[in-house]
Design a protein around this ligand. Structure first.
Ligand SMILES: *Cc1c(COP(=O)(O)O)cnc(C)c1O
Length: 381
């Protein structure tokens, strides 16, 4: 599949030429661990053992590489498995990482509770401000980690500006592109070195699979990541790879609807008397709306807001919705609501990444927007 094709076409076809054996138009689930060799070392299709490579996973990896405009993609058992593999590929004891002041709680926990024990230092910067990132750089800064839009405050980082900071510091820029998906934003084209995904979210899109991915355009880095993916072994299984590929086929149409519905939800919340603040990069009053408009095709399906009356009032709203399901995760076709302080971001309590107690996060699904607006209106009371 040529790189010249547009996103929607690549989503359906890249890495997914008809199966050479049967002509099956979608990649079969190669539920297999090992492959017959024709004499020692005589591999028929290049496959040897399914931790190293599996045809269904290869299809997903080629597809992800095409969608992000990268050279190679790597599929993992979860987003955090992808992050862990990347960090152990890039870092050694004594190295330093700049992490954002708003990020997925599990990413923060990985740095603060796991990677730190292996002698890697980290410090927090407001990545929305490239000067603050530059100020946080130390002589041994090897990685600048960015999430844009960020979880759960929908902060925006100017990827091209921070890529410049990373280049001059001799550090790698890693962008967690989970909230945007490759349909809305392609960080490699803006100067990022590696893109991270929790494919559990929009890429998979149906709340039925946990997975992660790394994509890079750098040949040397791709070799190193591939080596560590095999050496560490946190790979995506064939069935999970197949489910993720199935989800990706509709990524473009889903993201269009997620974005349209979320814009309407943000508009409703902005004018609601019980809502004190709305976080959505599509709102003109968002502090980096212009940057978001420059680097994203649309503004995505995530909306957060603060409720008058504090933590208890926010928890009440979460308990009162009927169509928005109360639950962690995001990016599926169904709408979800959650209280980050007590749920997804509990691990950030007491840190620089702590979230406001009166915050509610919505993953706006692709149901009828009128039904979604009615549900939020009744829940806010
Ligand atoms: C969920 C999430 C992760 C972690 O991914 P898992 O698949 O849950 O391991 C990383 N980054 C962001 C932005 C997320 O939302």
């Amino acid at each position: 599949m040529s790189d010249q094709h547009s996103f929607e076409t690549l989503a359906i076809h890249a890495g997914q030429e008809a199966d050479p054996l049967t002509g099956a138009v979608v990649p079969p689930i190669y539920q297999v661990s090992t492959y017959k060799q024709d004499g020692v070392g005589g591999l028929r299709g290049g496959y040897e053992y399914s931790r190293s490579a599996n045809p269904t996973r290869t299809a997903l990896e080629e597809n992800l590489a095409a969608l992000e405009g990268g050279r190679r993609g790597f599929a993992f058992a979860s987003g955090l498995a992808a992050e862990d593999t990347l960090l152990r590929t890039l870092l050694s004891p004594g190295d330093h990482v700049v992490i954002p002041n708003d990020a997925y709680g599990g990413t923060f926990r990985l740095f603060a509770k796991v990677v730190e024990r292996w002698g890697v230092e980290w410090s927090v910067a407001n990545t929305s401000d490239p000067a603050a990132v530059r100020a946080a750089v130390r002589p041994r800064t090897k990685v600048i980690w960015v999430e844009t839009p960020s979880n759960p405050l929908l902060g925006i980082t100017d990827i091209a500006a921070v890529a410049e900071v990373a280049r001059s510091a001799g550090a790698r820029l890693v962008v967690d592109n989970t909230f945007a998906s490759p349909y809305l934003q392609q960080p490699l084209s803006l100067g990022a070195d590696v893109v991270v995904h929790s494919t559990t979210k929009y890429v998979g899109g149906h709340s039925d699979v946990v997975g992660g991915a790394l994509v890079t355009a750098d040949a040397t880095l791709a070799e190193e990541i591939g080596y560590h993916q095999n050496a560490m072994g946190a790979v995506a299984g064939p069935f999970d790879s197949w489910l993720t590929l199935r989800g990706i086929k509709t990524l473009a149409v889903r993201m269009d609807r997620h974005s349209a519905n979320a814009a309407r939800v943000a508009e409703l919340l902005t004018s609601h008397p019980k809502v004190t603040k709305v976080y959505y990069p599509g709102l003109p009053e968002h502090e980096l709306h212009e940057v978001a408009a420059k680097q994203m095709k649309d503004f995505g399906g995530m909306v957060s807001f603060r409720v008058a009356g504090g933590e208890e009032a926010a928890v009440e709203v979460c308990n009162r919705t009927r169509l928005f399901t109360l639950g962690e995760s995001l990016g599926g076709v169904e709408s979800l609501i959650e209280h980050p302080g007590r749920m997804t971001h509990a691990s950030t309590a007491g840190s620089a990444l702590e979230v406001p107690a009166d915050l509610v996060r919505l993953s706006v699904g692709i149901e009828s927007v009128d039904d979604l607006l009615a549900d939020l209106t009744q829940a806010l009371g």
